[in-house]
Write a protein of this length. Sequence first.
Length: 303
Amino acid sequence: MDIGLIGLGKMGGNMRTRLREGGHTVVGYDRNPDLSDVASLEKLVEKLPSPKVVWVMVPAGDPTRETIKALGELLGEGDLVVDGGNSKWTDDQINADLLAQQGVGFVDCGVSGGVWGLKNGYALMCGGSDEDVAKVQPAFDTLKPEGDSGFVHAGKKVGAGHFSKMVHNGIEYAIMQSYAEGWELLEKVDLVDNVTDVFDSWREGTVIRSWLLDLLVEALKEDTHLDKISGYAEDSGEGRWTVEAAIDNAVPMNVIAASLFARFVSRQDESPAMKAIAAMRNQFGGHAVRTQPPAGGDAPTKD
């Protein structure tokens, strides 16, 4: 299929490559001209055959809203916009309604896979009508991992994909926090000779094995005591939104809420456990790590 892709950063650029390797024609646009295939959104839209499908991979919030608003003025009846960024699910219906005024469809898609997605594929969680999802299904099939899992049409209402990805990220917070606290305790007690080997041994035959565990082991092999990393971990916003949704729906979420608050603690004091969190985030998503403690409580970034 022919598809436009807006935002060619760490994930978007790799997605363009994977789509092209899968036989699709991709027209990419980025504000960085060194990454872009075309000089403007207008040129991107011109190069696509109808019905046009444009996938947006830009930071959540105003950048996404402004991009979708601009596309609404360029696209027409039967065209489709996919928001694959980390948008808050409550924004999706607003964006869908805006595009619907021009007869343009909308699909929200939570994307997980980080910098490893090019090789391993991306987990995709989408929301929208069957008709709209079908228009972009060939791209979904190429981007997802091999096998039966890795893609889900989470719901016919827009927002279902981003809501699912939000909960996924909340669970991710809790799992990472558990590994990090366990690592800190093993490091603290003068009993275990090689903490890295202990974590490495858990990668096979245990009920706590996971890709996050694999990534933590890789980080520890590179920096055994995580001396090169500051104990500071950002939150992407989705952990906060997960806890907010839990409050709105009276769902007890003790562990995920605690893991979110633990990240806030990391912005006040140097935390050994947060070094492990920062190391895992860097391994799976290429998220920047700090080599020095922060001067104060920074606001979260949308990553």
